[in-house]
Design a protein around this ligand. Structure first.
Ligand code: MCA
Ligand code: AMP
Length: 513
């Protein structure tokens, strides 16, 4: 193994973890009050790295993880960085069939799952060479047993900035998930930039209520805390009682817009209950102007909205000190170039002119895992990544998102690609064809609605269709409503006009299921 003696040979590890190794200060506090000092957490990271090494997992190999949020789960991430392994976090809502695709596509060597799913995965993965271990929310399990026996110190694997740190799967507009390859440089530059921009210091405490299997909870939140040597109130998930209990102990909060609309519905939200806070950040989905205004009126805090995506980490942010401009995602981050490009002729747009948003910088991923052609198609000849988002830059350089060229629904901060659901629906009995759209939802921002054209020979049956969807797709992707139509609206080229469907069904019943 290429383990380096000099910790600076793995800059990401050193900056996130290594340099804190003798600090007794708090790294995180769990909802039950258990405190983890930096020193203790880093010992756990070393033990985890040693356990991974003892299993024969080599630098560059993939470690896939689908477990509940816990300090031990976080230590698998930091241990992978330490050991030069590629961390592959998976949404806990993914079904077994979704997970199996990711394991196979990535060629993962190790899969750590929740204990109750072990037997099922062992059966399904038998013969594939993937080793299945377990970890539960309370930090126990087969993998935890291996970790417990290890030394509290461990070697650091030398890595350079272009080495892979993480693969994050993102569903695509084609319905086929792609693994975005994030490098050590992507993670370190983005975390350092954000921590500086948002003035995060070792005096800060982040109220962490996000899941840790996406960019937002893991990189925007945890990495900035680690880079700054700050601490966290570490909640298992977003829950209003826990959030209000942790607010007086915190200075920072990061959330998707649904977190803010839920906070606003609670009478405990006030200037007093947030007077200890320094900064509220929102991202992953559009923050409505009404949410921005009401939050300011109720608390006196101006939410700072920022913008990013899985392939690019963070791209733009409203300023900490300057004007946080409502309805915009702020200015491109230092070191990140944003161009707005006209569709027709590929020319750069003038101020306030809407076009395709392209991004270039050390934040942009190295491409898609094993998809060279797809990678080529997503980058321009001069190295810009095509985000698939539409927007404009105003005269002051603030970026405004105006729409999406890609067919995407964002529900409660989770991205849902209609094509993936349509592919399943089209295979269901009684379905001739389908179109999946997002309609406004007061809680999740958007809600999934399936429009079905019935087959001439068979009747569409909602119940059996729901059963098929449930067996294959994560719950947050399930259509909350089904509507039947005689035909889908199409343009002269035969393309389904989802805009028309969204208008037609915008007012659909808000009650779920
Ligand atoms: C849960 N459900 C959902 C969602 N979450 N359905 C649609 N969209 C969702 N986001 C389902 C549940 O399974 C449940 O189904 C029902 O909806 C209601 O559940 P509820 O208890 O209200 O939900 P919850 O458990 O409170 O979760 C809502 C949540 C959660 C707290 C908003 O979705 C969440 O933590 N979202 C954050 C996502 C996130 O971190 N995104 C960042 C992606 P049933 O009742 O049938 O059982 S990273 C990213 O986008 C980039 C790069 C960026 O810029 O940050
Ligand atoms: P993903 O990479 O799958 O997590 O999703 C990234 C997408 O989320 C972006 O391409 C945008 O469409 C959307 N997004 C992220 N942040 C924001 C934001 N602040 N406002 C509006 N959309 C956002």
């Amino acid at each position: 193994m290429r383990y380096g003696k000099n910790p600076m040979k793995n800059e990401l590890f050193y900056n996130l973890v290594g340099r804190h190794s003798s600090r007794d200060e708090t790294f995180l506090r769990e909802a039950d009050g258990t405190v983890w000092s930096y020193k203790r957490f880093i010992q756990l990271t070393n033990q985890t790295a040693n356990a991974l090494q003892s299993m024969g997992i080599k630098p560059g190999q993939r470690v896939a993880v689908q477990v509940d949020k816990s300090p031990a789960a976080l230590a698998i991430y930091t241990a992978c960085i330490q050991s030069g392994l590629v961390f592959l976090p998976l949404n806990t809502a993914y079904t077994a069939s979704e997970v199996e695709f990711f394991l196979e596509d990535s060629g993962a060597r190790l899969f750590i799952c929740r204990p109750d799913l072990r037997d099922q995965f062992r059966r399904n993965l038998g013969g594939t060479g993937v080793c299945v271990e377990t970890l539960s929310a309370d930090g126990t399990g087969l993998f935890a047993d291996r970790v417990a026996n290890q030394s509290l110190v461990g070697p650091v694997c030398a890595r350079n900035k272009r080495d892979l740190a993480v693969i994050l799967y993102t569903s695509g507009t084609t319905g086929r998930s792609k693994g975005a390859m994030l490098t050590h440089e992507n993670l370190l530059t983005n975390a350092s930039t954000l921590a500086k921009l948002w003035k995060i210091t070792d005096q800060d405490t982040l109220l962490h209520a996000l899941p840790i299997f996406h960019i937002h909870g893991l990189f925007v939140a945890v990495n900035t805390v680690l880079v700054a040597g700050a601490s966290m109130e570490y909640l298992p998930k977003f829950n209003l009682d826990d959030v209000f209990a942790a607010l007086p102990k915190s200075t920072l909060f990061m959330g998707v817009p649904t977190f803010y609309t839920r906070l606003l519905q609670d009478e405990r939200l006030s200037a007093e209950s947030t007077d200890h806070m320094r900064l509220f950040v929102s991202g992953s989905a559009p923050l409505l102007a009404d949410t921005f205004d009401r939050f300011q009126q109720r608390t006196g805090h101006i939410i700072l909205e920022r913008y990013g995506m899985t392939e690019t980490n963070m791209i733009a942010s409203n300023p900490y000190d300057g004007e946080r401009r409502k309805g915009t995602v702020g200015l491109p981050l230092p070191g990140v170039e944003v161009q707005i490009v006209r569709d027709e002729d590929g020319q750069v747009c003038a101020a306030n002119e809407v076009g395709q948003i392209h991004v270039r910088g050390p934040n942009v991923c190295a491409g898609y895992w094993k998809l060279e052609e797809k990678t080529k198609a997503e980058f321009t000849s001069n190295g810009y990544f095509r985000t698939g988002d539409l927007g404009c830059l105003d005269a002051d350089g603030y970026l405004k998102l105006t729409g999406r060229a890609k067919d995407l629904i964002i529900s409660g901060g989770y991205n849902i690609y209609p094509k993936e659901i349509e592919a399943v629906l089209d295979g269901c009995r009684g379905v001739k064809e389908s179109a999946v759209i997002g309609i406004p939802d007061p809680d999740f921002g958007e809600r999934v609605l399936a429009v079905i054209v019935e087959d001439e020979t068979e009747t569409f049956d909602e119940e059996s269709t729901r059963a098929v969807i449930s067996s294959g797709l994560a719950k947050f992707k399930h259509p909350k409503l089904y509507k039947t139509v005689s035909e889908l609206p199409r343009n002269s080229m035969g393309k389904v006009q989802k805009k028309d469907l969204r208008t037609q069904f915008a007012q659909s019943d808000a009650r779920l299921n």
